[in-house]
Design a protein around this ligand. Structure first.
Ligand SMILES: [Zn+2]
Length: 466
């Protein structure tokens, strides 16, 4: 098969990918006016137009719109092999917000290329996915390798937790047909020298907690010492969730047992890569990382329940802080949940812990959202062989298998919806790719490698089915 080169990727995809990078197509959670603003629509049309220009046999590009939902783009490429099943290749076009000021010379919506890396919001998470999926199919067809019917599905609500995807999966049930293989192009990589396959993802529980004590703020000279501080009560409530000294989550509903093969895989990764997790983080001089070994940190990142306070409300910024006993404090709690722990039950336990016997009778309201984690189903022998072949051909090296610390909520719902289906969750989000952070970056050779690897896997699937 003729491999896609970096030059091919530059010729075919880069201009449109750069144009996509200029569109602030934030996920609906970060752009309540997404309909009026039209950025998601602009990104959708750009990608759809690019897809229509592909050199493929029988294929069609469709935009699906359900009332009140973000749109979905599908590109359906008819089979060139005598098979009846479908391969679904997933990506998303919505983006995270910029997060803050980007480094000198970089900006979220003005792409900059440095060497073989393209910097802009959304290029790696997950703008490259459509390009990668369709270029993989193009290269298969160009070299006469048969493939099953493929549906490239690009959604627009992933960074909001994919609230719209389920509705489209219902709507497109017949169109997707007999799904045999799902390729998710939205996951991470530990290095850029091989294909990385994700074996697990943590789930997530997000809670907005509001602790209120007063109808309106009062001079702290007149109210403090009498009215309890909402911040202090919040601290007490957080102590029910997390051990402030160790960072351990104390609620039993957030804990599970790590399967033995995942413990062994972490040990093998630590052996090969050393302290890969701690090494890649921009930790300040002198700050001690958690965990007692490289293996422990790999497991902590992928299997530990954790709490991050990601937002606060009711607190003025330092420049405008007066001596006031504030009426309320709101915190957004983001808790990662082990892959095999029921996130819904964990969320219920969290809500109960925050709202039962509240100190001083303060008024507490909690809004909880959850998304289930994911444990990859065992690989079928043909797919294990195909991944090996794919990584060696594309990178000259065997593939790596690792858990990821993040969440891709729809994978769990797909696993429930399509039991027994083979999954490949992979991606380009390696060191310094900064998905969700400032200075997001797409490593172009990695995108090319992943594209070639996807082509090999899709070709192997058709061979196996024939
Ligand atoms: Zn993503």
């Amino acid at each position: 098969m003729s491999e896609l080169t970096l030059h091919d990727f530059e010729e075919e995809a880069l201009e449109t990918l750069r144009e996509y990078a200029t569109i602030p197509s934030l996920s609906p959670m970060f752009d309540a006016q997404w309909r009026e603003n039209g950025h998601l629509e602009a990104a959708l049309q750009l990608l759809a137009n690019w897809a229509r220009e592909r050199q493929l046999g029988a294929f069609h590009v469709d935009v699906h719109r359900l009332e009140g939902r973000t749109p979905v783009l599908t590109v359906t490429v008819e089979a060139t092999a005598p098979t009846s099943g479908t391969v679904v290749l997933y990506g998303h076009l919505d983006k995270q917000p910029p997060l803050g000021d980007w480094s000198d010379g970089l900006a979220p919506f003005a792409p900059v290329r440095r060497g073989d890396r393209l910097f802009a919001r959304g290029v790696a998470d997950d703008g490259y996915a459509l390009f990668s999926a369709l270029l993989a199919l193009e290269s298969l067809e160009a070299s006469g390798v048969a493939h099953a019917r493929c549906v490239v599905l690009i959604e627009a609500s992933e960074e909001s937790g994919s609230p719209d995807l389920e509705f489209y999966l219902d709507e497109l049930k017949d169109h997707l047909g007999d799904v045999e293989l799902l390729v998710c192009l939205d996951s991470g990589a530990l290095t850029y020298d091989r294909l990385w396959v994700t074996t697990s993802l943590r789930g997530i529980v997000v809670a907005e907690v509001r602790v209120a004590v007063l109808e309106q703020g009062q001079h702290s000279g007149s109210a403090s010492g009498v009215v309890p501080s909402s911040f202090r009560i919040l601290r007490q409530l957080l102590d029910r969730v997390e051990d402030a000294a160790t960072g351990d989550i104390v609620l039993p509903a957030f804990h599970g047992v790590i399967p033995e093969d995942h413990v062994e895989a972490a040990s093998a990764l630590a052996e090969e890569f050393g302290d890969v997790i701690a090494r890649e983080l921009p930790t300040l001089e002198g700050v001690q990382v958690m965990g007692d070994s490289a293996q422990d940190r790999i497991l902590r990142r992928t299997w530990s329940p954790t709490l991050s306070v990601t937002g606060m409300g009711g607190i003025p910024s330092p420049e405008s802080a007066g001596n006031v006993l504030r009426p309320f404090t709101t915190a957004v709690l983001s808790l990662r949940v082990p892959p095999n722990v029921n996130a819904t039950l964990a969320g219920e336990a969290l809500e109960a812990a925050l709202t039962t016997n509240v100190p001083s009778g303060a008024h507490v309201s909690v809004r909880v959202d959850t998304a289930q984690g994911w444990l990859a189903p065992p690989l079928a022998p043909w797919l294990a062989d195909a991944l090996e072949e794919a990584s060696i051909k594309a990178f000259g090296r065997a593939p790596g298998f690792t858990g990821e610390g993040g969440s891709i909520p729809f994978l769990a719902s797909l696993a429930t919806r399509y039991p027994g289906v083979q999954f490949v969750a992979t991606g380009v989000l390696g060191p310094q790719s900064n998905a969700h952070g400032i200075d997001e970056m797409l490593d172009l050779p990695m995108a090319v490698g992943v594209t070639n690897a996807v082509a090999t896997v899709v070709g192997a699937h058709a061979r196996n089915e024939a």
